[in-house]
Design a protein around this ligand. Structure first.
Ligand SMILES: Nc1nc2c(ncn2[C@@H]2O[C@H](COP(=O)(O)OP(=O)(O)OP(=O)(O)O)[C@@H](O)[C@H]2O)c(=O)[nH]1
Ligand SMILES: [Mg+2]
Length: 410
C-alpha cells in the first residue's frame, strides 16, 4: 500500500535517532532524500523503493553500517561514486531506475552477495561486478547488454544469474566454470537462438514456484549450436545407453587409457575434446558427448541427439534383454540422429559375456557400421574400437561431417 509521505524534512526530524537500524520508507512520494541521512550511523537496512527519487545524496557514503540498500522503482540516473565508501554492503538493489552506467567504485566492497540492476538502461556489463567473488545473486535483466565478459568466471559463488531480455548475441564459454549456478535465465535474447523448451521457466515463474532449467543443459545446448556452425575438421561422437553400462568408462579408456572400478554416475552431459591424429588427413577434433544414462531418457535431452554425429551405442549383458535394449536406443538414434553412423559396443564382455542378434539388427538399422565387444577393465576390444573410430573419422564417413569441400558422402 502506498503511503503519502512526501516531506523531505522528515529525515532531518528523525535523524536524532542514531540507533535506528532499519529505515523502511518504501511506497511513498518522497522525491528528495535529505543529506542528513548520514545521521543514521547505525543504520543497516535502508529501504527506499517505490518513491519519486531522482538522486542519491553523496552523504550516503558515510553510512558505515549499511548492509542492505534498496532503491528500486525510482527515477535514479546517477549513483554517486561515494557509495563505494560504505565498507560492507551485502545487498544493493537499484532495479527499475534510469541508470546507463554504474561507477565501479561501488563494487569495491567485496562482501556483496546480491546485486539487482534489472530494468535499467545499461548497454554494457558494469565494470567491477566481476570482482565480486562472494556474489550469489545477480539480476541484470531488462537492460541493453550485448555481451558478457569472460571474467564472469570469477563469480565463483553465484547461484542465480538473470540475464533475460537483453540483446546478448554471444555467450562466453567461461559460464561453464560457474559450478554453483542453479538458475540461469536467458529468455528474450533472441540472437542466442535458444528455444523455449531449453530456456525453461522464466525468472518470474520460478519465483512463483516453478522449477528452473538446469544451467548446464542450457549452456550445453547453446555451445552445441555454436559447434555445429564450426569448422570442418571437427566432429561429434555421442555415447548413448542405459545407466552404468560403461559409457564414461569407455571415454576414459579411449582418451586417457585408464579405468576406475568405481566411476561415478554422469549427471547431465559431459563433453570432452578429443584430438585425434590421423595419417591421411588433417587432424580431427572429436567432441565427445557422454550422457548420464538416466538423463537421456528425459525428453529435453533428446534435442542433443544430433544428426551428422558418430554414435556409440553401449550395451551390457542383461540376461535376454540385450536385443530389446539395442532396439530401444537404435530407434531413438534413428529418429534424432538421421543417417548418422552407429557403432554398437558390447561392453563388460568379460564379466557378463553376451551377444545380440547382429544380422536382424543390421537389417533393421542399416546405419550400424560394426559390432565391437569390449571390456574397460581388461582393455579387451579397446584397440579395435579406437581403430574403428579413427577409420570412420578418417574415411569421412557419410553423414559425419557437415561438408568437407564437397567430399561429404564419399
Ligand atoms: N568389469 C567391468 N566394469 C566396468 C566396465 N565398464 C564399466 N564398468 C564399471 O561399471 C560401473 C558403471 O560404469 P560407468 O562408466 O560409470 O557407466 P555409465 O554408462 O557412464 O553410467 P551413467 O553415467 O550412470 O549413465 C563402474 O563401476 C565401472 O567401473 C567393464 O567393461 N568391465
Ligand atoms: Mg557415465
Amino acid at each position: 500500500m502506498r503511503n503519502s509521505l512526501d516531506d523531505p524534512s522528515f529525515i532531518e526530524n528523525i535523524s536524532s535517532l542514531p540507533n535506528l537500524v532499519t529505515l523502511d520508507l518504501r511506497n511513498n512520494y518522497i522525491n528528495e532524500l535529505s543529506s542528513s541521512v548520514n545521521g543514521f550511523i547505525n543504520l543497516r537496512d535502508l529501504l527506499l523503493s517505490s518513491n519519486g527519487l531522482s538522486s542519491i545524496p553523496i552523504s550516503i557514503g558515510l553510512l558505515s553500517s549499511l548492509e542492505v540498500f534498496r532503491i528500486a522503482d525510482n527515477k535514479i540516473s546517477f549513483i554517486p561514486a561515494e557509495m563505494g565508501r560504505i565498507p560492507g554492503p551485502k545487498v544493493l538493489d537499484f532495479s527499475w531506475n534510469r541508470l546507463k552506467n554504474i561507477p565501479q567504485e561501488i563494487f569495491k566492497a567485496g562482501d556483496l552477495t546480491e546485486v539487482d540492476l534489472s530494468g535499467n538502461k545499461l548497454a554494457s556489463f558494469p565494470e567491477g561486478l566481476t570482482t565480486l567473488c562472494k556474489l550469489e545473486k545477480l539480476n541484470l535483466s531488462r537492460n541493453l547488454l550485448k555481451s558478457i565478459p569472460a571474467e564472469i568466471e570469477n563469480l565463483k559463488n553465484i547461484t542465480e544469474l538473470n540475464l533475460s531480455h537483453n540483446q546478448i548475441a554471444i555467450l562466453p564459454v567461461e559460464l561453464n566454470c560457474l559450478k554453483d549456478l542453479n538458475e540461469l535465465f536467458l529468455h528474450g535474447n533472441d540472437f542466442l537462438g535458444l528455444p523455449k523448451e531449453i530456456l525453461g521457466s522464466t525468472w518470474q515463474e520460478v519465483n512463483e514456484g516453478a522449477t528452473a532449467s538446469t544451467p548446464k543443459d542450457i549452456l550445453d545446448y547453446y555451445f552445441r549450436l555454436r559447434f555445429e556452425r564450426t569448422p570442418l575438421n571437427e566432429a561429434k561422437m555421442i555415447l548413448v545407453g542405459f545407466g552404468a553400462v560403461g559409457k564414461t568408462s569407455l571415454v576414459n579408456r579411449l582418451i586417457y587409457q585408464n579405468f576406475s572400478p568405481r566411476s561415478a554416475k554422469t549427471e547431465g552431459i559431459q563433453i570432452t575434446q578429443w584430438p585425434i591424429a590421423l595419417n591421411d588427413a588433417e587432424d580431427i577434433k572429436l567432441h565427445v558427448w557422454d550422457f548420464g544414462g538416466q538423463e537421456i531418457m528425459h525428453s529435453t535431452h533428446q534435442f542433443f541427439l544430433t544428426e551428422r554425429s558418430l554414435y556409440l551405442l553401449v550395451l551390457n549383458g542383461r540376461q535376454g534383454h540385450e536385443d530389446a535394449d539395442a532396439e530401444y536406443w537404435l530407434e531413438l538414434i534413428q529418429s534424432f540422429g538421421g543417417d548418422s553412423p552407429v557403432l554398437v559396443v558390447l561392453n563388460k564382455i568379460k564379466e557378463h559375456p553376451f551377444d545380440v542378434n547382429r544380422g536382424a539388427l543390421q537389417q533393421k538399422f542399416p546405419n550400424i557400421r560394426e559390432f565391437i565387444a569390449t571390456d574397460c577393465e581388461t582393455g579387451q576390444g579397446i584397440d579395435h574400437l579406437l581403430a574403428t573410430i579413427e577409420r570412420k573419422t578418417d574415411a569421412l564417413e557419410p553423414g559425419l561431417f557437415h561438408s568437407k569441400n564437397g567430399l561429404e558422402g564419399i
